[in-house]
Ligand binder design. Structure first.
Ligand code: NAD
Length: 335
């Protein structure tokens, strides 16, 4: 068990799901908010607790104020009170929505996460950011509140689509790039086993990624300093994601390549290391070719990024693999 410096307890496991989740879900004060696809695929897990489950619509559309109201109405109909505990079982959408509802209803009740996508296990569930989208802008309304427990079980990854798994791998590779050359080498060495979802290797990978994210968050829980390094690949990544409408991790992969090209001039990241990162992203099926990008349109989007300060925006650039630097770059110096 990892304890995120008194923020959340985190467990990472590969034990059979039924035995593990029964106690958590059966607790009399618990209501589970379960992604509808997860509920269908894992119906057996929920057979004894259907009366205490709220199904969450799959997809980003669930992260809205309108949908929040619908779920709150269902919770009130289940007579929840201030001693109740909400558990999210699903991907980043279900976790973000559940955390938002739990941290606001009755001015805040206990909540926990059982993340079921790779992205949610290594990223979205950890860090205390909860929220919904508003007027087409992502995560505009939200809270910073950590769940009591984050229970990660890698068996959920066996039913994830290839696209969702690959997308999550971009965040895993990001963790290695910003934190640990040793972890980067581990991913390179074990790429085939990871793609085949070898349970031992997958467990080790998820555990290491979770530990990296938890350590970074614990040092800067309110995101006023060092936690920014988690944005590596994300400034261009977010712009690419909305511009091309592609999965988050695919856009982050391209964002990493852009950041590395910038780093060549700004922080002297070597061509050799840039190539190493590109090759690892490619090995997992992530896109690295930037020829389809319209840089003018992306620059325009970035100039409206909420992280911009006057004409500069902070970029996370590598000096070498495992060694990131926060650098304010003038918009004129962007490609
Ligand atoms: N709070 C944070 O710090 C943070 C960080 C990163 C991303 N996010 C948010 O996370 C969201 C994306 O999360 P996501 O990628 O997990 O997407 P998601 O929650 O939409 O899940 C992706 C798809 O996988 C399905 N699914 C979930 N678990 C499954 C399983 N085990 N087997 C088969 N299918 C399964 C879902 O039904 C859905 O169709 C975005 O809204 C993003 O803003 C939040």
């Amino acid at each position: 068990m990892l304890s995120m410096y008194n923020l959340s307890e985190i467990t990472v496991s590969k034990a059979p799901l039924v035995t593990e989740l029964n106690d958590l879900l059966k607790d009399k004060n618990t209501v589970a908010l379960v992604d509808e696809n997860v509920a269908k695929i894992y119906a057996g897990l929920f057979k004894d607790v259907w009366n205490k489950i709220i199904l969450i619509r799959a997809g980003e559309g669930a992260k809205s104020l309108v949908y929040t109201e619908i779920v709150i109405q269902q919770l009130l109909e289940l007579n929840i009170d201030r001693s109740s505990n909400l558990i999210a079982v699903g991907g980043g959408v279900t976790c973000d929505l559940t955390g938002f509802i739990a941290s606001t209803i009755f001015r805040g009740i206990n909540f926990s996460f059982i993340p079921t996508t790779l992205l949610a296990q290594v990223d979205a569930a950890i860090g205390g950011k909860n929220g919904v989208n508003f007027n087409g802008y992502k995560n505009v309304i939200g809270t910073l509140q950590h769940p009591d427990l984050i229970h990660i079980n890698i068996n959920f990854l066996n039913t994830l689509s290839d696209i969702e798994f690959t997308s999550g791998m971009a965040e895993v590779i990001k963790h290695a790039c910003i934190h640990s050359f040793g972890y980067f080498e581990f991913l390179k060495r074990n790429a085939a086993e990871i793609k085949e979802k070898n349970p031992e290797i997958l467990l080790e990978m998820v555990r290491q990624s979770v530990e990296i994210k938890a350590q970074i968050v614990a040092k800067d829980p309110k995101e006023i300093g060092g936690r920014k390094i988690l944005n590596y690949g994300h400034t261009y990544g977010h712009a690419i994601e909305t511009h091309l409408n592609i999965p988050h991790g695919f856009a982050v992969s391209m964002g990493i390549i852009v950041a590395n090209e910038l780093a060549e001039k700004q922080t002297a990241l070597s061509e050799k290391e840039q190539l190493e990162i590109k090759n690892l992203l490619r090995q997992f099926g992530l896109p690295t070719d930037l020829s389809s990008l319209e840089f003018n349109a992306l620059k325009n989007k970035i100039s409206k990024d909420k992280k911009r300060i006057q004409s500069k925006i902070d970029f996370i650039l590598l000096e070498e693999i495992g060694s990131p630097k926060i650098k304010a770059i003038d918009l004129c110096d962007l490609p």
